[in-house]
Design a protein around this ligand. Structure first.
Ligand code: PRP
Length: 180
């Protein structure tokens, strides 16, 4: 049986919206001369963030998605990342922005960035809404980060706990209520 828990709000919907407006201005400045920016969402957790972010970008944008899955083999530092669903479009010679919900150990975004860079995009940048630097296992940092957070169990705004709570409009922290 699953443990009982409550969700405490950590980052409000209003704070997220304000931060996205600011991030969009930075992205706009970096890509203001682009003929087309391919915005790549990393499924599934990024689906809410990418939806809000692209609507703040006053640029010619194409939206595509990629899905990766990481799994342990007992040694976390050698964690493999598999591509489960690849892009529909080509990115060679294109400007690309990879959109991620959270960077934790860093394996997923680091791997996907290398994977897409091997297709020779013109420019490739990364953005993550949340960053948990305390959990990092590989030397990776997104070009833009929404919020740095402590090593807490977070849900909402696309992020799940056992496939639930992705639909919360804010970032919440899971607190188990059966703790001593
Ligand atoms: C989560 C999250 C990131 C990744 C971050 O994805 O959405 O993609 O883990 O972890 P890392 O930095 O340690 O690699 P998850 O595999 O839970 O899939 P989901 O996006 O479908 O929820």
């Amino acid at each position: 049986m699953s443990r009982p828990y409550v969700i405490d709000q950590m980052i409000s919907a209003k704070s997220i919206a304000a931060r996205i407006e600011s991030l969009a201005r930075d992205i706009h400045a970096a890509f203001d001369d682009t003929d087309k920016l391919v915005v790549v969402g990393l499924l599934r957790g990024s689906f809410v963030f990418i939806a809000d972010l692209v609507r703040e970008l006053d640029l010619p944008v194409e939206v595509d998605f990629i899905e990766a899955s990481s799994y342990g083999d007992g040694m976390e530092s050698s964690r493999e990342v598999r591509i489960l669903k690849d892009l529909r479009g080509t990115i060679e010679g294109r400007d690309v922005l990879i959109v991620e919900d959270i960077v934790d150990t860093g394996h997923t975004l680091s791997h996907v960035t290398d994977y897409l860079r091997s297709r020779h995009p013109a420019r490739l940048k990364t953005i993550a809404l949340l960053d948990k630097p305390a959990r990092r296992e590989v030397d990776f940092r997104a070009d833009w980060t929404g919020f740095e957070i402590p090593d807490a169990f977070v849900v909402g705004y696309g992020i799940d706990f056992a496939q639930r709570n992705r639909n919360l409009p804010y970032i919440g922290q899971v607190r188990f209520t059966d703790d001593a």
